[in-house]
Design a protein around this ligand. Structure first.
Ligand SMILES: [Zn+2]
Length: 135
């Protein structure tokens, strides 16, 4: 248990700073970071460089989730979007702090660090990134 808590805190800077990485062979960027580049494969080993992403991007498409998976029931309905980050990679994330009818394809968003889920059995709270409309 103690180990689990320590690991959680070690992982925070990576999550909070929105760290991805970049293949120095072909310049592709990845989020979350990858061990090696899927294009360059062996050539990229040892050439993956950590890179702080801006945390900003644009909504490519989205859907409203009305029936959430276990642990997310209390949050429904909520929007899940595919977001293209400024650096290129696309990720799937929840949109927060935005009325459902204001979400649009092409909307500029930025990452925010939020509670993702609370484990009803242990009370543990998990954090991660979500996205909100850029001001
Ligand atoms: Zn590469």
């Amino acid at each position: 248990m103690k180990e689990g808590v320590a690991r959680f805190w070690r992982e925070i800077p990576q999550r909070y700073n929105f760290m991805g990485n970049k293949c120095e062979v072909c310049s592709r960027m990845f989020f979350p970071p990858r061990e090696s580049c899927p294009i360059c494969r062996r050539k990229s080993i040892g050439k993956m460089k950590d890179l702080k992403f801006s945390g900003k991007g644009e909504v490519i498409t989205y859907s409203i989730i009305h029936v959430g998976p276990s642990g997310f029931e209390e949050q429904t309905p909520y929007p899940i979007a595919i977001i293209r980050l400024e650096e290129g990679p696309q990720i799937t994330a929840q949109i927060v702090d935005c009325p459902l009818d204001e979400i649009k394809i092409g909307m500029k968003v930025e990452s925010t660090f939020r509670k993702i889920q609370q484990d009803g059995r242990t009370g543990a709270i998990y954090y991660g990134y979500k996205f909100k409309k850029q001001r």
